[in-house]
Write a protein that binds this ligand. Structure first.
Ligand SMILES: NC(=O)c1ccc[n+]([C@@H]2O[C@H](COP(=O)([O-])OP(=O)(O)OC[C@H]3O[C@@H](n4cnc5c(N)ncnc54)[C@H](O)[C@@H]3O)[C@@H](O)[C@H]2O)c1
Length: 381
């Protein structure tokens, strides 16, 4: 059995996403299962080198997980030929420069979203990677959620008939940070530091809608900074300059209308932190992170509007849960496995830096729409 070690420069592993999802739940999990076995029997063994700004934190992380390689010197890590892949989960503002450096060093690159803060930068990055002949990939984790995999299965089965509309509800209350600590990093609430819910979430909505429902053709967005002051990790008050909620209406190919609410200033009255409600002529579904409930045309009740009488239906009871029919591994890990197979064996891989740029495009046009108060067409890239 051939074993193929692949060095991976992992930048930003002291952060929330870099540590939990990418290092622990993906790369270390792949090592714990004995590596990634490819179709031809080759076992791919990911060998991370942890990169960041704080050597003490990196050393601590490396020790905690029995790793030996860490450095604060990105250029040195990139100069090492045994490192074939550069991965980026840094704050968004630091991403473009680091990816450029990695592409120039001839590394394959894999990155968190958004790939850049502007469409021009996102497209330039993709062009540079293509010109350099390196492989490139962007995280599209929501597509691997059990709830969305089930929704996709429904779409492919023809369950919906003609899809009419989609309603996406995403969000929860993110504490301001004064009397309870905030559960998200403070840079998310400062636009000068790459924050804002549109830049954060619209890249996700782009690939989810494009892949699961239909391609996005236009956007109208209203954004708000509902909470103007928050408190940072040190307990200091700061002005929140970024949008903390966005209310968008998108048109998808085929005349499908998607209304998409994203908010860090809402209290949850849903079964999950994000839900996708799809209505079609033959049936409807509500998918969340894990579950997916359906109601078919034939089982649709006939409520009659009469405010004089108490509610006679338990509406949630009238839906049925879709069976699992599959096993679902962590989505970030599955995507890492696909990217590793792509790098080592040229296996198909769908989400490259151009897909990443389409996500940034929707964010940029969403922001423009909100500023100008008008609907904007989303052209092909
Ligand atoms: N795929 C997803 O579902 C998802 C979810 C959340 C965040 N993200 C993305 O992941 C990236 C990281 O987000 P996070 O929530 O893990 O953030 P975080 O603040 O927890 O981590 C940021 C990381 O970047 C490093 N960093 C590098 N340069 C920095 C600088 N100048 N200032 C501050 N930190 C710097 C930090 O040390 C840390 O390791 C963002 O681009 C974000 O959009 C993706």
């Amino acid at each position: 059995m051939d074993r193929r070690t692949v060095g991976i420069v992992m930048n930003g592993v002291t952060g929330r996403m870099g540590y939990r999802q990418h290092l622990v739940r993906s790369i270390l999990a792949i090592r714990e299962q004995g590596g990634l076995t490819l179709a031809d029997g080759t076992v791919v063994w990911p060998e991370p080198v942890l990169v960041g700004r704080n050597a003490a934190k990196l050393e601590q992380l490396a020790e905690l997980h029995g790793l030996t390689r860490y450095t604060t010197d990105l250029a040195a890590a990139l100069a090492d030929d045994s490192n074939e892949i550069y991965f980026d989960a840094q704050v968004t503002t630091a991403r473009v420069a680091a990816l450029r450096q990695a592409i120039a060093a001839g590394k394959h690159v894999y990155t968190e979203k958004p790939t850049a803060e502007s469409l021009a930068d996102a497209v330039a990055l993709a062009d540079e990677a293509r010109a350099a002949g390196v492989k490139h990939g962007v995280v599209a984790d929501k597509l691997y959620l059990p709830g969305l995999l089930k929704l996709r299965r429904l779409v492919e089965s023809g369950f919906f008939g003609r899809i009419l509309s989609v309603r996406v509800e995403f969000g929860y209350w993110v504490f301001e940070g004064d009397w309870q600590t905030a559960q998200r990093p403070s840079w998310n609430y400062r636009s000068e530091d790459g924050g804002g819910i549109i830049l954060d979430m619209f890249p996700h909505w782009r690939y989810v809608l494009d892949h699961v429902i239909a391609p996005v053709r236009s956007v109208y967005a209203q954004m708000a900074t509902h909470i103007p002051q928050r408190w940072d990790e040190q307990g200091n008050a700061y002005p929140a300059t970024a949008d903390d909620a966005a209310y968008a209406v998108l048109e998808l190919e085929g005349g499908i209308v998607a209304s998409v609410n994203s908010s860090w200033t809402t209290r949850v009255d849903r079964t999950e932190l994000v839900t996708f409600h799809v209505d079609g002529t033959e049936g409807s579904a509500v998918a969340g992170l894990r579950n997916c409930r359906i109601q078919h045309r034939a089982t649709t009740p006939k409520p009659v509007w009469n405010p004089d009488l108490p509610v006679s239906h338990d509406f949630r009871d009238q839906w049925s849960e879709l069976p699992e029919n599959d096993t679902y591994d962590n989505g970030f890990k599955r995507q890492w496995e696909e990217f590793l197979a792509y790098v080592v064996a040229d296996a198909p891989y769908g989400h490259d830096l151009y897909a990443g740029a389409r996500g940034v495009q929707l964010a940029e046009l969403g922001l423009q729409s909100a500023r100008e108060g008008r609907k904007i067409l989303v052209g092909d890239l």
